[in-house]
Design a protein around this ligand. Structure first.
Ligand SMILES: O=C(O)CCC(=O)C(=O)O
Length: 306
């Protein structure tokens, strides 16, 4: 890692790391500055209009203007391949370092990035755990840095999570995430009931200003409510990180339709083309990144905590 980067790194205190380990999440009220927030927002509409700066399509999207119901949540994954300004955030070494440090890993590689745009009236996102979308990865550990791009009150359908639920000894399966037919808390309630834990947990609403972020453990239960406002759109951007030494499970083991399409036929190795390594303790970063995009968080102006 370059010296100037070290000078600007966010320091996570022992107390913050312990809080993350106990609760399964950690909030930084100030993370990105508003200039970078605005830059990222300005890239989202063109992507949903199928205008991809690199010419490469995203891995997945949900909610297409003109095709989906107007209040559908718009979600897109794998945007770093489509647009290099987006990539400058998603592939930043700093987010990978923070994700890896909280998780106790010695390095991190991109899993995916994801935007969540909830227009007025947008429905709920069902409670789930991110690990259940990555069981084809060994280990199925995926840290997420969820960044608010707009105000995030309960009324706009902000993120909700259950503190400490990353330590629950439970299993779950990926189900319908968007606009579930059942109550969006149902998967959570079912698991809590199975564990005789219905009275022992609370749901916390993440209300942070634009530019703030919350780091999520892969096993924490989270979802989001309906946007009940008439005129406010809620936007957020997630950057998810695998361990730098993660591998695919052998064929036939685990679930993960987004990640699985990039698996090699002859090996469980994860290809750095699709899962570049962004940060390691000993300074390795996948070489093609320096040609591909800037690192938005190595620019002094961009992150407010530097
Ligand atoms: O922003 C949301 O509504 C859901 C986010 C989420 O599920 C995630 O980032 O894993």
């Amino acid at each position: 890692m370059a010296d100037n980067m070290l000078d600007k790194s966010i320091h996570l205190s022992g107390e913050q790391i312990a809080q993350f380990q106990a609760d399964g999440y950690l909030i930084l009220e100030k993370f990105l500055n508003l200039e970078l927030v605005d830059l990222i927002i300005s890239k989202l509409d063109p992507l949903f209009a199928t205008r991809f700066e690199t010419g490469i399509y995203p891995d997945e999207w949900h909610g297409r203007p003109g095709l989906s119901v107007p209040n559908a949540t718009r979600q897109m994954c794998g945007m770093w391949k489509c647009d290099r300004a987006i990539a400058s955030l998603s592939l930043s070494s700093e987010i990978a370092r923070l994700n890896a440090t909280l998780a106790g890993w010695s390095g991190g590689r991109i899993a995916t990035d994801s935007c969540w745009i909830k227009p007025p009236g947008a429905p709920e996102v069902a409670f789930h755990r991110n690990s259940s979308y990555a069981t084809c990865i060994d280990p199925a550990e995926v840290m997420t840095c969820w960044i608010a791009l707009s105000d995030t009150q309960k009324s706009v359908g902000t993120l909700e999570l259950v503190p400490g639920s990353h330590r629950w000894n439970c299993t779950d399966k990926a189900k319908q995430l968007h606009a579930p037919k059942e109550d969006y808390c149902q998967p959570l309630l079912q698991v809590a009931a199975r564990m005789n834990n219905l009275d022992n947990y609370k749901i916390v609403t993440v209300e942070i200003p634009p530019g703030g972020c919350v780091f999520l453990h892969w096993n924490i239960w989270h979802g989001s409510g309906r946007n009940t406002t008439l005129d406010k759109t809620r936007r957020s951007f997630g950057v998810s990180t695998f361990r730098s030494d993660a591998r695919f499970q052998p064929f036939g083991i685990g679930y993960g339709y987004i990640f699985g399409r990039y698996r090699r036929i002859d090996s469980t190795e994860m290809d750095e083309t699709f899962f570049p390594i962004l940060w390691t303790k000993d300074g390795y970063r996948t070489p093609f990144l320096s040609e591909y995009c800037e690192d938005a968080l190595s620019l002094p102006a961009m992150a407010v905590n530097y």
